[in-house]
Structure formats: C-alpha cells, structure tokens
Write a protein that binds this ligand. Structure first.
Ligand code: NAP
Length: 320
C-alpha cells in the first residue's frame, strides 16, 4: 500500500509517499481502509521534531481518519469488516491507504457524515468538547468566546456551544473565515486582528466580558484574555506556540481560572463520554465537520504548510 513516511524530523519535505507492506491485524487490532485522513497542527509539530511526544522513526503521520473496516483481529467484538468508522489515533498513522488501529481507536461513523468529514471528527471535536464541558464546565446562559473559531477546533466549539444553549462569540482573521463562523452558529463574529477587538468584545457582552474563553493562540492573547474574561470566568488554553507575558492581577481581580488542555491527558472514562456525546451530536445533526480543502495523499507537505497558514476554513483532509 501507499503511505506517507517520515525517516527524519524536519520540514514538510521530509514526508515522502512510499510503498510499504499492508498491515495485518493482531489480537485486539483492526485494519481500516482509509478514505480520508485529517490534518491537524499537531501533526506538523510532531513531524518537525519539536513536540514533546516523538514517534520512533520511520513513522506514518496522523491521528485522525475515516474509512471502512477491512479486517479485524482475534478478540475484536465491537467491529466487523465493512463498518464505516472514524479513528481516534492509530498504531500506524492514517496518512496511508490503510491504518492499523486498536479496537478502542475505531468508532462508528453515522451515514450522514462523509468520510472527509469523518476525518475531521476526533481531534477537533474531542478537544472542543473537553474544553467546553470537561474543563470549563460551561452551561447556558453563559457567554463563550471561541478565540480562533474558523479552524478545526473552533468550528467544533461553535457548533457544540450553540447546540447547548450558550451565547457564542467566534473570531476569525479573514472575511471567508468570519462568514463560516457565523454560518456554523456564532451569535457574534469578530475579527481577532481588529485593533479595537477588546472594545468590541466587551460591547457585545454588554460589559462583563465572556464567562468562558477557549483560546487557540495563547502566546498572542492570554494577557488580553485575562482582561476580557468575566468575574469568576474561565480561560481554557487550547493552543499556544510560545511564551507570553500576563499580569496575574487581571486574573486576581476577576477570580478567573486559567486551565491548560491536553487532549491526550483525557482518561478512558472521559474519552468514552466524549465519543458518546459526539455520536449523539452527529446523529442529531448538530455536529457537522466542515471540510475546507481536500488534497491527494501525495500533497501532505503542502497540507502541512496550509494548516499553519492564516485564513483557516474548517478542516484540511488528505485523500489516499
Ligand atoms: P486550525 O484549524 O489551524 O485553526 C487555527 C485557528 O487559530 C483559526 O481559527 C485561526 O484563525 C486562529 N487564529 C489565528 N491567529 C489568531 C489570533 N491572533 N488570535 C486568535 N485566533 C487566531 O487549528 P485547530 O485544529 O483549530 O487548532 C487550534 C490550536 O489548538 C492549534 O494551535 C492546535 O495545535 C491546538 N490544539 C491543541 C490541542 C490540545 O490537546 N491542547 C488539541 C487540538 C488542537 P484565522 O486563520 O481565521 O486567522
């Protein structure tokens, strides 16, 4: 089969399309024919060698994907050949025609969700769900600021918060992104590059600020977030690409809580809750992953450049 292989950490060009042996499922394992693989920013950090968790070389990137179960190993009970599924990680990455997975990494994909959409389910939606409900414990009628709402996690957070009855403020940096955020359910849409962003945010909340802030770029925004969060509010750090200076007094004055999120830290029980909630949301139509760009598998290097570029629009997926 064809797979993207990384033999050394480095720039996007270290990803090469190669022929590798087809995977065979061992006990408790499942082979999935991948119809689409999701591209997440973390895939680029891992490929560059800058991430705390480094796979042993060579490896096939990715953790998100969707497709059809091709074969199951001994002892697999929940799945059978022919099932439509999405992945939450894999033993051998989904940037390939086939992925080897543990049974626990393979979940039913409802008929109404396409394979390309299915490749944008796990990391974005699980992260957004964990941020909103497991860490921030957000409840209606709270006001949620999704700071960076045009990308994978942001769109997911807007849909989840809107469906749960929160007032949603979403931000984007391009006109196309702002249009998407509005279409996916934000009550108010702001430009995170606007010089008067803070004033606009306070004005749409009617003064007190946001009860919950989901922050996609904390190294830029955390200092300001501590001035925009309401008294007793919570800031959840979802993404950060460097250090930042903050004034702790801003948090003290508001008795605000700042929590960091790490999806991989979710317990088995929490993950079970996440998958159950995502299944319900996909079934009832409130969760609809948005695919902004589809690219052939061989274009993985281009996809890694695109996912870090400004002007996000939902998910980028690779089609093997
Ligand atoms: P993505 O699809 O690339 O989207 C990035 C988002 O950040 C876009 O909405 C982008 O908006 C926005 N952004 C750009 N500049 C911004 C600014 N100055 N202020 C606020 N937002 C800004 O990425 P993603 O998949 O949604 O992930 C978002 C971040 O969370 C990434 O850093 C990712 O690594 C991280 N993440 C962390 C975890 C975890 O476990 N902690 C899990 C998943 C993701 P425009 O392009 O419209 O400007």
């Amino acid at each position: 089969m064809k797979a993207i292989r990384v033999h050394e950490f480095g720039g996007p060009e270290v990803m090469k399309l190669e022929d590798v042996p087809d995977p065979k499922p061992g006990p408790g394992q499942v082979v999935v024919r991948v119809h689409a693989a999701g591209v997440n920013p973390v895939d680029t950090y891992i490929r560059s060698g800058a991430y705390a968790r480094k796979p042993s070389l060579p490896y096939t990137p990715g953790s998100d994907g969707a497709g059809v179960v091709e074969a199951v190993g001994e002892g697999v009970k929940r799945l059978k050949a022919g099932d439509r599924v999405y992945l939450s990680g894999a033993v051998s990455g989904p940037y390939a025609e086939k992925a080897l997975c543990l049974e626990s990494q393979v979940h039913p994909l409802p008929q109404k969700i396409s394979y390309a959409q299915g490749a944008g389910v796990f990391v974005p939606y699980a992260t957004a769900y964990r941020a909103l409900f497991q860490l921030a414990e957000a409840k209606p009628p709270e006001v949620v600021l999704v700071h960076g709402a045009s990308g994978g996690v942001g769109v997911a957070a807007v849909q989840l918060a809107r469906a749960a009855g929160m007032t949603v403020i979403g931000t984007a940096g391009s006109d196309k992104g702002k249009e998407l955020v509005r279409k996916e359910g934000a009550h108010h849409v702001l430009d995170h590059h606007a010089p008067d962003f803070a004033d606009q945010l306070m004005s749409v909340t009617g003064g007190p600020g946001a009860d919950v802030i989901l922050e996609m770029l904390a190294n830029k925004n955390l200092g300001k977030d501590l001035q925009l969060v309401a008294t007793g509010g919570k800031v959840i750090i979802v993404g950060s690409r460097g250090p930042v200076e903050v004034n702790p007094r801003d948090a003290m004055m508001r008795e605000a809580t700042v929590k960091g999120l790490m999806l991989f830290a979710a317990s088995e029980r929490e993950l079970a809750g996440i998958h159950a909630a995502l299944a319900a949301g996909m079934e009832n139509g409130t969760l609809r992953p948005v695919v902004g760009q589809e690219m052939p598998l061989a274009d993985a290097p281009r996809a890694h450049q695109a996912v870090l570029a400004p002007g996000a629009y939902g998910k980028i997926v690779l089609l093997p």
